[in-house]
Design a protein around this ligand. Structure first.
Ligand code: GP9
Ligand code: MN
Length: 649
């Protein structure tokens, strides 16, 4: 047979071999993205990013081979194989779990491999050889056409690396434009893969894990002593008037997305109230309504609020604890209540990887997680991050009713989420007229959420659960950031949003309804960290042995200050914002510069103590009396289809 002869310029150049490898790998990865993963591409920019993101990885990783003068091709082929293997491992894992592999997952192969093992073969198909086709082609080329090629100079490595970095920065820049704080907040693995690619995601994951485990590695059992002493000194004992009043009842938490307290009783210029249902709860006398209650979340937003409410610990000052510290030991409310015969579940109309919930909920001890896969995510039912509140609550009812009682459940609403845009058919409520689209729309989406809540309450009343359940509703965090303060000044009818007023705007409502217990409006100052002891005391569970930082809102010993995650605080007398001290009532600067010093010191200590626990994973050294530890590996959320393997969507 006649040998094919290429022009010498072509096959003498090691960069040609390199370019072929990059292009083949690029195409393959893109095909995998299209066929194997449901990444939820929403716009053209995301389409473009998905297309270019494998390029920077290929250039960078393959570029390393150019450092090896002698074995360039071999190193390149090995690199190609390793990356292909990583991609394929993700594909197989995704087919089963609808999620990407992370370092902790690899560490826990015992559990996961067990589940994957049964069906490993059914997850594969003959077509899958395609994911290694480029490696095979490269081997053939290296042995034939490019047999004689070697690297002639080192300059090519530098050029390729420079090119790889440029492409990566371009990619990252566009990704940040579409999704600000992508890396620092890192909401969702799906998002990271969509924006930065499967390979870069793995690198990101490795860095995160190294950071996290090094803090943990240097801690030991003695580190908990100071925290324990602090905790004992700050314990607020239960109020006998309320202790145990909700004993044995079901618990239903509802997270009210982005819902701020100023909306309660707020009337539009035409006199129309925005949230008539929540207003009625605030005034019905049978519900506790806390009107000086604050969110304490950081970058983890909704997930930080969940963390605060169920652990009575503070979230992290940067990043989301749900993502960075999901491997820690926790003694969360669902796990505590398990010891009292409770069964727990979360209902949320978004996919389970968002905020790493599917991993974190195991650490919190949630038995079940009804995520987007359980709901009809049709175009009419969906907006923004997921299910609209009305169909979400409707479809949740049969699932809730199917739970064994007593249950501890959490509902996370979504419709009232930034940018608060509604589909026209979902609202007749007039938008605001405050010169800011986001603010104007906020009234419409809040009104929609209010209607959805009323519908939910009616359904709970109709099926009898209302009389057997403690219902806790809370705003998770602010909805309108400081960027909207010009319009907010108009909304509130003031000249300007002062720093003190801005701090007051971090108020979110908290409602607790306990069947048979008189409630009423409560003015004590409190935050999300305080809810767990309040609830557990109502349920007749004394929290003195639990490592928590909140103080029971109904206790006579309840303190009157609330720490913000950034170290600022509010109290009934003073407010501290960025080292300045204001009078809570007048909003004016305090004449005495030291007026905030005392509480400020307490806030600092408390945040430090909580950070010790979270950053060093100290609860692994602590056992509350009578508490039976849970093992996150005992939990798995496999979706409505259970173990049945779903192949390519
Ligand atoms: C998404 C929902 C909203 O699942 O929790 O997240 P947020 O942006 O408010 O944290
Ligand atoms: Mn939220």
């Amino acid at each position: 047979m006649k040998k094919i002869k290429l022009p010498t310029k072509f096959n003498n150049n090691h960069l040609t071999f390199f370019a072929i490898a990059v292009v083949l790998f690029w195409i393959k990865t893109y095909v995998a993205y299209q066929l194997e993963f449901k990444l939820g591409i929403d716009n053209n920019l995301q389409k473009f990013l998905l297309m270019i993101n494998p390029l920077s990885s290929a250039l960078f990783f393959f570029g390393i081979s150019l450092l090896f003068k002698k074995h360039t091709k071999l190193v390149l082929i090995i690199t190609d194989f390793i990356l292909s293997f990583l991609l394929y491992a993700n594909i197989a894992y995704y087919r089963f779990f609808n999620d990407f592999i992370t370092i902790p997952v690899i560490m826990q192969t015992r559990t996961n491999a067990g589940q994957l093992g049964d069906s490993a073969t059914s997850l594969m198909s003959g077509f899958d050889i395609f994911y290694f086709a480029d490696t095979i082609v490269l081997i053939i080329l290296a042995l034939t056409l490019f047999k004689k090629v070697t690297v002639t100079n080192r300059k090519s490595f530098k050029i390729v690396l420079l090119f790889a970095i440029t492409v990566f920065l371009f990619n990252l820049g566009l990704a940040e434009k579409d999704r600000p704080q992508l890396l620092s907040r890192s909401f969702d693995r799906n998002y990271l893969v969509k924006y930065l690619g499967a390979y870069n995601f793995t690198i990101y994951d490795i860095i995160q894990n190294i950071q996290s485990s090094s803090q943990r590695a240097f801690a030991d059992g003695s580190d908990i002593t100071d925290v324990e002493n602090y905790r004992k000194a700050n314990y607020a004992k239960p109020n006998p008037a309320y202790f145990g009043k909700a004993k044995g009842m079901n618990v239903i938490y509802v997270s009210l997305e982005s819902f701020q307290n100023f909306m309660i009783d707020y009337k539009m210029p035409n006199g129309q109230p925005v949230t008539p249902f929540l207003n009625s709860l605030a005034h019905d006398g049978n519900t506790f309504y806390f009107d000086n209650f604050y969110h304490q979340t950081g970058q983890g937003k909704t997930s930080d609020a969940e963390f605060l409410m169920e652990n009575s610990l503070y979230p992290m000052s940067q990043g989301a604890v749900f993502i960075n510290k999901a491997q820690n030991t926790y003694q969360a409310a669902p796990a505590i209540l398990k010891g009292y015969g409770y069964n727990s579940a979360v209902f949320h109309g978004n996919y389970k990887t968002f905020w790493n919930r599917n991993v974190m909920y195991k650490a919190l001890g949630y038995d079940q997680f009804f995520d987007a896969e359980y709901y009809s995510m049709t175009p009419e039912n969906k907006k923004n991050y997921g299910m609209k509140d009305k169909p979400y609550f409707k479809e949740s009812m049969p699932m809730l009713e199917s739970l064994k009682q007593p249950f501890y459940t959490k509902f996370i609403t979504l419709s009232n989420h930034f940018p608060f845009e509604m589909d026209p058919q979902d609202t007749t409520f007039p938008a605001g007229d405050f010169g800011d689209t986001v603010v104007n729309q906020y009234f419409q989406s809040a009104n929609y959420m209010d209607q959805a809540l009323e519908q939910f309450f009616n359904d709970l009343k109709a099926d009898g659960l209302y009389d057997k359940s403690v219902i806790v509703l809370y705003g998770d965090h602010y909805g309108l950031s400081e960027n909207h303060n010009d319009a907010m000044a108009k909304v509130l009818g003031v000249d300007k949003i002062t720093p003190a007023l801005n701090a007051k705007l971090q108020e979110v409502p908290l409602f607790i309804h306990v069947p048979g217990v008189k409630g009423g409006v409560q003015h004590q100052y409190g935050g999300e960290v305080d809810v767990r002891p309040t609830l557990l005391h109502l349920m007749g569970i004394d929290t003195k042995d639990y490592m928590e930082f909140g103080s029971d809102l109904l206790s006579k010993d309840h303190r009157d200050w609330v720490a913000f995650r950034n170290g600022d605080y509010v109290s009934s007398q003073t407010i501290q914002v960025s080292d300045k001290c204001y009078n809570t009532v007048t909003g004016e600067l305090m004449p005495n510069v030291n007026a905030c010093k005392d509480i400020s010191g307490k806030v600092k200590t408390e945040l430090q103590m909580s950070d010790e626990v979270v950053y060093k994973d100290l609860l692994r050294f602590y056992k509350p009396q009578g508490y039976k530890a849970i093992n996150p590996n005992d939990y798995e959320y496999l979706g409505p289809k259970g173990k049945k393997v779903t192949k390519t969507p």
